[in-house]
Design a binder for this molecule. Structure first.
Ligand code: NDP
Length: 233
């Protein structure tokens, strides 16, 4: 049975990804920081702060000892912060970069050697359309996602000779806890700005991740796949 490791699998998009794979018979390990979600025979929660490289190494070894080698890695955990660029402190910037980009760096570094060893694997990073286009009042968040995009493309180039595909999914506005600071009116406005006229659902992202992990996507690497209802073209 195949094994996927998802970071930030306790809520929102990560939870939908875990469910999609678990329901399809995969063994799923997922990392959370505070909110432990459910566990079962094929669903294994691991508490870990992805910004801490030592804890990430331990989490990966723990996932491997439960379900064996990791076939697919999804780096999804993330935090956001809204505010003027000048209102972000140095500490805010470090926390966001260390979680969103540092988390991807740490988890990839811990998983890549065993994928290289077997010359097979899939890595998918969950970024954001703001990483491509930049967002007013989400400058550091956007920068952290721009770093994720560039790192994923570099990994795709570096790891293709080892049979490892690396892609990015780049969601638009997805209705999760991350949107909790938005009012219903804000959400309505965002839906109106979206070509398809609605906010995204975590499942919209999970389906794309499932496809990218599959052999149907065996000729796709180094790409940023937008899941934004046409918000950004
Ligand atoms: P949520 O806030 O709903 O969930 C975030 C998840 O990340 C939680 O499982 C949380 O764990 C985990 N997490 C946060 N920090 C850490 C950490 N330091 N270590 C381990 N786990 C951590 O967010 P979404 O589901 O909305 O977002 C998922 C990803 O999608 C993020 O990378 C986000 O940037 C991206 N995205 C989201 C969009 C949206 O509109 N929602 C749009 C574009 C991109 P815990 O539950 O324990 O706190």
């Amino acid at each position: 049975m195949s094994h996927i490791l998802v970071t930030g699998g306790s809520r929102g998009i990560g939870k939908a990804i875990c469910s999609r794979f678990a329901e399809s018979g995969w063994n799923v390990s997922y990392i959370y920081r505070n909110t432990q979600g459910e566990g079962s025979d094929n669903l294994f929660p691991i508490c870990c702060d992805v910004s801490d490289p030592v804890s990430v190494e331990e989490a990966v070894r723990s996932a491997e000892s439960r379900f064996g080698a990791i076939d697919v890695l999804v780096s999804n955990s993330g935090i956001s912060m809204t505010g003027l660029a000048t209102d972000h402190t140095y500490e805010d910037m470090r926390r966001i970069m260390d979680t969103n980009f540092g988390g991807f760096f740490n988890i990839s570094k811990a998983v890549i050697p065993s994928m290289v060893h077997v010359k097979r694997g899939v890595i998918i990073a969950v970024s954001s359309m703001w990483g491509q286009t930049g967002a007013s009042c989400e400058s550091v968040y956007s920068a952290s996602k721009g770093a994720v995009d560039a790192y994923a493309k570099s990994l795709a180039k570096e790891l293709a000779p080892s049979g490892i595909r690396v892609n990015v999914v780049s969601p638009g506005v997805i209705d999760t806890d991350m949107m909790s600071s938005y009012t219903d009116d804000d959400k309505k406005e965002l839906a109106e700005e979206t070509l398809l006229g609605r906010l995204g659902k975590p499942e919209d992202v999970a389906e794309t991740v499932y496809f990218l992990a599959s052999d149907q996507a065996s000729y796709i690497t180094g790409q940023i796949i937008g899941i934004n209802g046409g918000f950004l073209i």
